[in-house]
Design a protein around this ligand. Sequence first.
Ligand code: S3P
Length: 451
Amino acid sequence: MKTERVVTIRDRKIGEGMPKICVPIVGADEKEIRAQAERIRELPADMAEWRMDCFDGVDEPDSVRSVLGTLRAILPWTPLLATFRTRKEGGNRDITAEGYRKLCAAAAEGGCDLIDVELFAGSTLPWETDAVRDGDTFFRELVETAHRCGVKAVGSSHEFHRTPKEQEILFRLCRMQALGADIVKIAVMPQRPEDVDVLLGATIRMCREYAAVPVVTMAMGEEGTVSRINGELTGSAITFGSAGRASAPGQIPVRDLKRALEMIHEKETGRKQEDSRAAGRKKNLYLIGFMGTGKSSVSGELSKRLGYRELDTDEWIEQQQGTTIFAIFEQKGEACFREMETECLRSLGKLDGTIVSCGGGMAVRQENVALMKENGVVVLLTAEPETILERVRDDDSRPILRGNKTVPFIAQLMERRRAAYEAAADITVATDRKSVGEVAEEICARMEDFV
Ligand code: S3P
């Protein structure tokens, strides 16, 4: 299935405009479930989530399919999400991996529109170990089961007792996206107010830099309230509101939630109109040049002076792939890495006001040069091979230079790339014997012609 930034289900565009309000159904039997679904009909809800872990008949596939039939009859136009949450993730029951697999299949066949696939479902092992790969396979299979039935998969990850670091939140969201999820979601538990900032910051970065599908995030509990209403600002596409019994701590009653979302939506619409009226957009600045010409250091200095954000294409790729450049070269080959570089530039095209520090080989591909020129000013940094050798001597992170740290090798590769570098550059600055500050100063002075 092709991934999309906006997922449309029964006329609801998830990932566009106001965040969609999803209301959980937490009944223990069919009677309770029916009553809750009927109440949802009266509420300003965009979607409903059937929490299968609350249902006493969850072990019987026929009962699961029958409940879904009932829900569909009561809510014919409402996108239905089917979810099972284990106790550890804040749910009501536990389940074996095999049971989970069967349940997901029953729910997908039963006619839900979306199914929640927990990232850890196939693995009881801690996230940080390599064994998570087994979990990956399990996750991918569940996504495929959903897709075979025409059902979308919501990849989800839960931290019921803590808030992981931003890096880890991004890693999990990217991982689920890479494994085929149509929507990616993470719920965390803040232990202090700063944790809410971490979640919001990670959401903004994910939506701005990495997301190819809608993203859903929330900080649970009272402290996390803001994360349930400000999705239009951060990019989070769905928010869970309560109708009677909440299914997770901190959920806001649906009508209050709707009022808050509408207020933000009005302000946002006004602000966007203002922005589009404002003349011109701040272009990006692309730093290109051979390894060791100082792109990353100069980027830091320029960011301070110009107030632009910083982004490093190698870091972007490592983040998205969940591994190092070195491992990508070794396991997938250089050609594959070059594809990733182009993909990175394509994704970053929508940014502005960003200093993009490019991997040394970026300017060699014509397509990359076109993407850079379309979105900003290209600045080439140069240095003599001797200077390069001096700067990279103690760094072993670059696969191309491993075992090749000699002046002749560097000079030869540099010569091969020279024409491409020069053709791409709007501005060229030599860095030999200059401080980072001096190089940044020179770039700023010459940027005036372009911005
Ligand atoms: C490369 C340069 C590296 C990195 C990769 C390949 C190259 O980036 O993208 O190891 O082909 O020159 P830096 O220039 O930031 O070291």
